[in-house]
Design a protein around this ligand. Sequence first.
Ligand code: ARG
Length: 576
Amino acid sequence: MLYKILEQRLLQTVQAVLPGVEAEAVRVRPCPDPKFGDYQTNALMALAKARKMNPRQLAAEVASKLDLAQWCEPVEVAGAGFLNFRLKPSVLAQSLREAAQGGHLFFQKASEPRCVIIDFSSPNVAKPMHVGHIRSTVLGDSLARILRLLGHHVVTDNHMGDWGTQFGKLLVGWKSHLDPVKLQTDPIAEMERLYKLVNAECEREPQILEKARQELVKLQAGDEENLRLWREMIALSQKQFDRVYARLGVRFDHCFGESFYNPMLKKVVDELIQSGVARESDGAMVVCFPDIPELKDHPAMVRKSDGGFNYTTTDLATLLFRWEGGTWGVRPNDIVYVTDGRQQLHFQQLFTVFRRWHPEANAKLAHVWFGSVLGEDGTPFKTRSGETVRLEDLLDEAEERAWKVVSEKNSELNEAQKREIARVVGLGAIKYADLAQNRQSDYVFSWDKMLALQGNTAPYLLYAYTRIRSIFRKEGENLAGGIGECILTAPEESALLRHLLNFGLALDATVEDYRPNFLCGYLYELAGHFARFYENCPVLKAEGSTRATRLALCDVTSRALKQGLEVLGIETTEQM
Ligand code: ARG
């Protein structure tokens, strides 16, 4: 990774001039305008400012002491104190050659691997997975994949909602209104119907509410019959989850679920009381935050006045379990939660309470939140009849619509091929539409946009990939090991290669702030650079080292695209 070499050398030189400067203060980044060079740093301006020094003078001094002759043209001082670096053509060519030979793919594994726990997807039992779950599932899965690619130890956990007050109502519904035929054909719809029915009843009739409460108490006390029904509801839901995850290619290391922590809840609250973190208020146990402005008016309840525990209690037990290394036996460096933005307050409270309870726990705790999926009219995405859209229906429709696109383009493919391509393109389109957004904004769900062959979409990237692959089909040539000398001649070749050099930077930036849209943006630009290169630089008609260089560029571009899509959770297809 050339920019890392530059960064290291720069840091050494800066430290020789200004002892004690931290590595974080010295960053090398791509030049926004290639006119000025390949990389630049603005570090010296900030360092000079903090020390009341002249920034240009400092930059000049560092530049004069910096020995980068092996990699760069002479370093230039620019503007108010930037340093600009331009890589030597021979260095660029060498890097391409090494990549084409399989030595690297423009990224490197983390020098200090971290153990990262990611809690994502986490749907609720007895309810259909809906469009909202796509965001947590797809974001969490892609973060896990990218972190793993970078060499981190990732533990994924699906914190399913398989415990809680809803089971009281579900049990009442199951015992008095169950339709066994419907349960056979569509168990999730039937359970949802039962829940809604009893929920409405509870609002009208207090004695039904009381009945639901009693069923819940019986379940919590270990009543055989209720436990059996509860297990059946979970098993039926699990089938649905498994189907969705299999289609999406998502897997979890663990699915402990909320119920797993049930036996630990009493101890959690006892400890919180003993350590003075929680106190009584109107019969309930709460934690107050008078010193934190955002939380001042939002105490966290950890035990209800009826003695019952809640979502927060369960999450505290979960957090401790994870911090202690769960069943995998490694203390995490990071614990990451991927949920919608409405849970921000909950996680702020959770992290604060946990820090007071276990001040020694130094893991980084992150709530990676996201906005809502909206319909074209700007209100929450619904079916035409106003119901929430089921994820499974959405995936079906994506494949169906992609099949139309594929069929119109390709009459020569057989039906099975078209179906397979449509599956990859349709699911890819849905995932990519989600990942390419700034996760914190709401986005409008649009079939036309996500399936478009132009723009920042999965079909565009997948098509770019197949185009490159078709060059190799025509060529029938396997490049590995056989690549000759690389010489870059056309500006489009260099522009493409310079962009490839920043693949690792894009991956690092993506995990640093948990934002897969950075990687999407990078891949989209990569496809753009490739298109310009391919338009201006004949590959198969070229000769000698020009041809070898161009084939190498095609090869490494296709591999970077495939790798990038893979860590977004998107499969590729060889034809489209
Ligand atoms: N089941 C919750 C929901 O559907 C999400 C759980 C997120 N994870 C957690 N540890 N609280 O909103």
